[in-house]
Design a binder for this molecule. Structure first.
Ligand code: HEM
Length: 408
């Protein structure tokens, strides 16, 4: 038994479907209640399942029967050709090997050592906004900050860390717009491939000016050249993955979280007055408006029973993290922002073997960024009505294209 797309879309209230990108939460609430496990039929007879309840998302996100191998899911989420041999699209034993190579760079000791780097970068970016009446939290602060940090960890030279590179990376996950035409996709992929190739070539010849905290790419090149741990395709794919998800996630945490604080001034005041609240506050901001709205795609490697439905081998599965995080069966008053919420078992970083490798880094960036924003911005408000804010229509992420604020 399955709810097919035609049936589901016909039954879903149109206003919820239309507003899905700007505000997915009423749609998610409807799904949890009326179609917690639902199938959509896409082109070429492929079936994509959406899973909306916490209990099911929590179980399936760590379930090894759902595969992430590129030959199983990449036809749906193609990604740049030649650049999708990475952690997100792999199963054991490849996944275990790839994860071990990058994991050491994100262990707590190395992440903590980056605190001064992150703080200095954040303060420098905020200094530039001093005296400006109007500015964009996403474009002027969150984007450049998170990109600088991941570039620093990988050891990307400053001259190569440009706004154009950021645009190029973000373009690879935009399903619509000028980059999504056939020529646009080909051009983006060509330019990205050329960039990554020259970056790797640079790392091979550059001297060891980096420290162990800031030369992950050097370590990856070594794992590729010095031993047989990584193939060249895996090396380029991993560099692409880390540059992308190392910032187009925390960027959304800072953007979505700042918006949530602006819309809940009592909570923002509380955080300003109680600095020790920052740990649980970051967790609640992660839960309340999940920066990665849906888990990355999986495909069933064998039949999987869920909620009275059978997901057939080959079917694609989309786990709605943003919906699980607002499930009233798991959280008291899930639509309320409560910065002191404990416990807070949100699924914003996933769970199981694919649990986010950058979670400690993202949390640290959030713990530095939010108090600095509160302290430095003083009296600010949205410079446009909330309904006029633009959300990027990406496949699995949830983030604002810009967050314009003005001082008053
Ligand atoms: C607030 C920021 C972030 C959020 C919400 C987030 C969320 C997630 C989620 C939900 C997953 C699991 C996806 C799945 O199972 O389908 C994941 C995996 C991953 N994340 Fe993050 N992430 C964030 C920041 C970062 C950062 C800063 C990095 C730095 C490199 C990073 C690197 C990764 C990698 C490499 C994976 C794949 C792990 C694997 O497949 O084994 N993430 N992330």
């Amino acid at each position: 038994m399955s709810t097919n797309a035609a049936g589901l879309i016909a039954r879903t209230p149109k206003n919820l479907l239309d507003r899905r990108v700007a505000d997915p939460y009423p749609y998610f609430a409807w799904l949890r209640q009326h179609a917690p496990v639902s199938a959509e039929r896409k082109a070429k007879g492929m079936t994509v399942w959406q899973i909306a309840r916490y209990e099911d998302v929590d179980a399936l996100i760590a379930d090894g029967r759902l595969s992430k191998r590129p030959d199983r899911v990449a036809h749906y989420v193609a990604g740049p050709p030649g650049l999708n041999r990475h952690l997100v699209h792999s199963d054991p034993p490849d996944h275990t090997r790839l994860r071990a190579v990058v994991n050491t760079a994100f262990i707590p000791r190395r992440v903590v050592a980056l605190e001064p780097v992150i703080r200095t970068a954040a303060e420098e970016l905020l200094d530039r906004l001093d005296g400006r009446v109007r500015f964009d939290v996403v474009g002027d602060f969150a984007g450049p900050l998170t990109f600088r940090v991941i570039c620093r960890i990988l050891g990307v030279p400053d001259a190569m860390n440009t706004p154009d590179l950021r645009e190029l990376l973000l373009a690879t996950v935009m399903p619509t717009g000028p980059h999504a035409t056939r020529e646009g996709v080909e051009r983006t992929n060509r330019e990205l491939y050329a960039f990554l190739t020259s970056l790797v070539a640079h790392k091979r010849t550059a001297g060891a000016e980096e420290t162990e905290e800031t030369d992950l790419l050097g370590a990856l090149v070594h794992a590729c050249d010095g031993s047989d741990i990584l193939t060249r395709e895996e090396l380029l794919s991993t560099a692409y993955l880390l540059l992308l998800v190392g910032h187009d996630t925390t960027l959304n945490l800072i953007g979505n979280g700042t918006l949530a604080l602006l819309q809940h001034p009592d909570q923002a005041k509380r955080l300003d007055a109680e600095p020790d609240l920052i740990g649980p506050a970051v967790e609640e901001l992660l839960r309340f408006d999940a920066p990665v709205r849906d888990a990355t795609f999986r495909a069933a490697a064998e039949p999987v029973e869920v909620g009275g439905h059978t997901i057939a081998p080959g079917d694609v599965v989309s786990l709605l993290i943003g919906s699980a995080n607002r499930d009233p069966a798991k959280f008291d008053q899930p639509d309320v922002l409560d910065l002191s919420r404990t416990p807070n078992q949100h699924l914003s970083f996933g769970r199981g073997p694919h649990f986010c490798i950058g979670a400690a880094l993202a949390r640290l960036e959030g713990r530095i960024a939010f108090p600095l924003l509160l302290e430095r911005f003083g009296q600010v408000r949205l410079a446009v009505p909330a309904e006029a804010l633009t959300w990027r229509p990406t496949r699995v992420m949830r983030g604002l294209a810009s967050l314009p604020l003005e001082r008053y």
